[in-house]
Design a protein around this ligand. Structure first.
Ligand code: PLP
Length: 485
């Protein structure tokens, strides 16, 4: 019996909650099972948007009503990245086991800052599995993060502190005598610049080396830039190789960069947010040969492992430097040899103290499906991209704007000149999105604008690709027939 003075967030009656939760799960499963029948995305009407302007709810609403509101005004206007014809930007398409994992993690409620818990074991096991996937030794350290941006930031913090050669944590970067330099291709993801800005090194610390006609870093220019910087009194610190660029899916020559870093005494970091899991697909593993020689790698399980957002990871081959960069314990959080706080303290390997149980969704899906299945899904997406590229090349009105190296296809409907092509293809993209037919995004590669399909989606079929190209041609015809419509 509950004392009426005592309040809690638990329901009055668990049986009602049980029945209600079952209904939510049933409807969630219907939502997934019927995904193909729905538009990929739909714009939110003004009156629905206005519904989000109500103030802080002081009084209760029944969960039934709250859930209905979620279903009708939130989920109905979801991004759509779980739909088989969503290929915009670079997403993952989630998975139901992962969603159940997130639910179970939230019910358990453990804080992964640290602690002698099953959850901490799961996170460390997932990090160990990622080492196997990336070809990193067991002795490497690692941590799960919110995503790739945070994973790269964690790595760059460790690299900065090592390269500085003094106690940066104590003295700050004001004590830095020679400016540090990080090198990457001009195709590098923008999060690296953000990380170096955040670390106080400034955007100038990132030198973007021109890429070749396949969007891979020009290593002759990299070598020359390093020599020039040394002559100028700057301190080369790190080369960032990208395993699968976001724009076109290009992969730098990681083995050659590893050689160069060894010769020059530089840290080698790999941004493997896309391609860090490629070794799961044996026929494509050669693309990332040399990744295993890097000092650190960022991997994004919420991309090609389809973990529900958020899940990133970073692996570092110097566990002492990793620990020395982030270890921090207030008087209220002292470690013990025994008891709940014993064992490795996970927050000593990153910026966040309180951390969610992100590992469970990855752990459950990998166990249930097996790593080989994820490898086959990666190979399937690459084959679908090649199929799309072949169709594009075979059609007189379509053309590729970048070589297809992985699972990203950049192409366009031809037009009289560059401006006309940009206008036409942008309109095609927007109509596809607004009609809920498909979600490509767009990009510009070496001055040529086009549609961009990043096929990172375990629900996509070859038939989806064919139907999509048919839609592109049909819409183009419609626009060209009546540009004002
Ligand atoms: C997506 C991506 C990132 C950023 O990762 P988030 O998870 O979006 O923070 C970094 N690098 C590359 C190559 C990426 O594709």
């Amino acid at each position: 019996m509950r004392n009426i003075e005592d309040e809690t967030l638990d329901p009055e009656d668990w049986e009602t909650s049980r029945a209600f939760a079952h209904r939510m799960v049933d409807e969630a499963i219907d939502h997934l099972a019927q995904i193909r029948a729905r538009p990929v995305w739909q714009p939110m009407p003004g009156e629905v948007r206005a519904g989000f302007k109500t103030g802080l709810p002081a009084d209760p609403t029944s969960l039934d009503q709250v859930y209905n509101e979620y279903r009708d005004t939130v989920r109905a206007f979801a991004m759509g990245n779980i739909h088989p014809r969503f290929w915009g930007w670079y997403m993952g398409s989630s998975n139901f086991t992962g969603a159940l994992g997130d639910f179970l993690a939230a019910v358990e409620g453990s804080n992964l800052g640290g602690g002698n818990t099953g959850a901490a074991q799961v996170e460390q096991q997932v990090v160990d599995w990622l080492k196997e996937i990336a070809g990193f030794p067991e002795s490497a350290s690692g941590t799960l993060t919110s995503g790739g941006s945070m994973a790269n930031l964690v790595a760059h913090t460790v690299i900065r502190n090592l390269a500085a050669g003094y106690d940066v944590r104590r003295e700050g970067i004001a004590a830095l005598k020679t400016p540090l330099r990080f090198y990457a291709s001009d195709q590098v993801h923008s999060c690296h610049q953000k990380a170096l800005e955040t670390l106080g090194l400034g955007a100038r610390a990132l030198l973007e080396v021109p890429s070749d006609d396949r969007q891979r870093m020009r290593l002759d220019l990299l070598e020359a830039a390093i020599a020039t910087d040394r002559a100028k009194g700057l301190q080369p610190a790190c080369v960032i190789g990208t395993a699968g660029t976001t724009n076109t899916g290009a992969t730098d020559d990681l083995s050659a960069i590893a050689d160069l870093c060894e010769r020059e005494g530089l840290w080698f970091h790999v941004d493997g947010c896309i391609g860090g899991v490629l070794r799961l697909a044996p026929e494509h593993a050669h693309l990332v040969a040399g990744m295993e020689r890097a000092g650190s790698v960022a991997i994004d399980p919420h991309k090609w492992l389809h973990a529900p957002f958020e899940a990133g990871a970073v692996l570092i081959k110097d566990p002492e430097a990793h620990f020395a960069t982030f270890e921090m314990h207030g008087p209220y959080l002292q470690l013990q040899e025994r008891g709940l706080i014993a064992g490795k303290f996970l927050a000593d390997y990153g910026l966040e103290l309180s951390r969610g149980f992100r590992a469970l969704k990855i752990w459950m899906a990998l166990k249930e499906q097996g790593a080989r299945k994820f490898g086959r899904l990666i190979a399937q997406n690459i084959a679908q991209a090649q199929h799309m590229a072949a169709q594009v090349e075979a059609h007189p009105l379509l053309e590729l704007v970048a070589p297809v190296e992985l699972n990203i296809v950049c192409f366009r409907h031809v037009a009289s000149d560059e401006d006309a092509a940009r206008a036409l293809n942008t309109e095609i993209m927007l109509r596809l999105q607004e009609r809920g037919l498909a979600v490509p995004s767009d990009t510009t590669v070496q001055g040529r604008h086009g549609l961009r399909c990043a096929i990172n989606n375990h629900r996509t079929t070859f038939a989806d690709i064919d139907a999509f190209l048919g839609d592109v041609l049909r819409i183009a015809e419609e626009i060209l027939a009546d540009p004002t419509a």
